[in-house]
Design a protein around this ligand. Structure first.
Ligand SMILES: Nc1ncnc2c1ncn2[C@@H]1O[C@H](COP(=O)(O)OP(=O)(O)OP(=O)(O)O)[C@@H](O)[C@H]1O
Length: 274
């Protein structure tokens, strides 16, 4: 069986996805940072649509504005122009519909893994019973392989285990959109591979939309339905988008052995080198 599938969505006359398929819509997005030397326009006229249940990875040169874009989607960074909507509604700040996983999970070091996950769960599900909230937190900790570490303090956990807690914490609030800013950037390649598999498994089960920044071209291809390439700043925008048509579930072996893998890889590297 071929692992290449046809792109099932048809774009309208303006090159847009049908609105009922769209989860995230960035329209003419602009970001200006004031600096001592005057305004610095990081992003300008950036347009991007991301579909429901899609996994999109973002690549671009260091400093082009990837984190700026992601933090604006998260509602943690003001929008200077244009707008961002989730399911057709303009965002006005952070909200439980969007979960974020950063490179460093910034857990409360004195709290246990369970207590760290519960911090978010308690906020988002105030009407659930204590037992129900505990069940949600434990379910996701178990999903990331931490069933034996519920009561370990965050300060006692390795970096990889802390990031597992970060993943559990983000999924446990049941967001519509998961935003990931280089979540595996600080991990060794073995742990990185393990956490990519865990991430994809939960993402696939929960059917949420994921947007992930990465500097790793192989990671970008392995995880994504589409790889979005940003131009270099200032005034960065979307430079190109590559559809990754490998069937899911994917294994590293099947992806690496497929001829198209090298075609995709070359496309991304050519973009980054020019
Ligand atoms: N608060 C701020 N004030 C002024 N300039 C900023 C601010 N935050 C980011 N910048 C600048 O905006 C540009 C984009 O930064 P951003 O962190 O979004 O890039 P990035 O693509 O995520 O980089 P990297 O890949 O290195 O993480 C950079 O030139 C950065 O120095």
């Amino acid at each position: 069986m071929s692992i290449i599938t046809a792109n099932r969505t048809t774009l309208d006359d303006n090159g847009l996805f049908p609105s009922n398929e769209v989860m995230l819509d960035l329209k003419s997005l602009k970001k200006v940072y004031p600096t001592p030397k005057g305004d610095y326009v990081v992003l300008e006229d950036l347009n991007l649509q991301i579909r429901k249940e899609e996994f999109v990875t973002i690549i671009g040169h260091s400093g082009c504005g990837k984190t700026t874009m992601l933090s604006m989607i998260a509602g943690l960074n003001d929008i200077s122009g244009g707008n961002i909507s989730v399911l057709g509604k303009h965002i006005k700040g952070p909200g439980p519909d969007r979960g974020v996983i950063f490179q460093s999970p910034s857990l409360m070091p004195w709290m246990t893994a369970l207590q760290n996950v519960l911090l978010g769960v308690n906020q988002v599900f105030p009407d659930a019973t204590k037992a129900q909230r505990n069940d949600i937190a434990k379910y996701y900790l178990q999903k990331v392989g931490l069933e034996d570490a519920f009561n370990k303090r965050a300060s006692e956990l390795s970096q990889g285990m802390q990031q597992r807690v970060g993943i559990a914490r983000a999924f446990a609030i049941k967001p519509k959109v998961l935003l990931l800013d280089e979540p595996f950037g600080m991990l060794d390649s073995l742990t990185r591979g393990e956490l990519q598999d865990i991430l994809i498994e939960i993402w696939n089960k929960e059917k949420i939309t994921a947007v992930m920044i990465t500097h790793d071209v192989d990671e970008a291809i392995f995880l994504a339905d589409r790889v979005v390439m940003m131009t270099s700043g200032p005034k960065a925008k979307i430079g190109d988008i590559l559809n990754i048509d490998f069937e899911r579930p994917r294994t590293r072996k099947s992806v690496l052995e497929h001829d198209d893998y090298y075609k995709y890889r070359k496309h991304l590297i050519d973009f980054l080198e020019h």
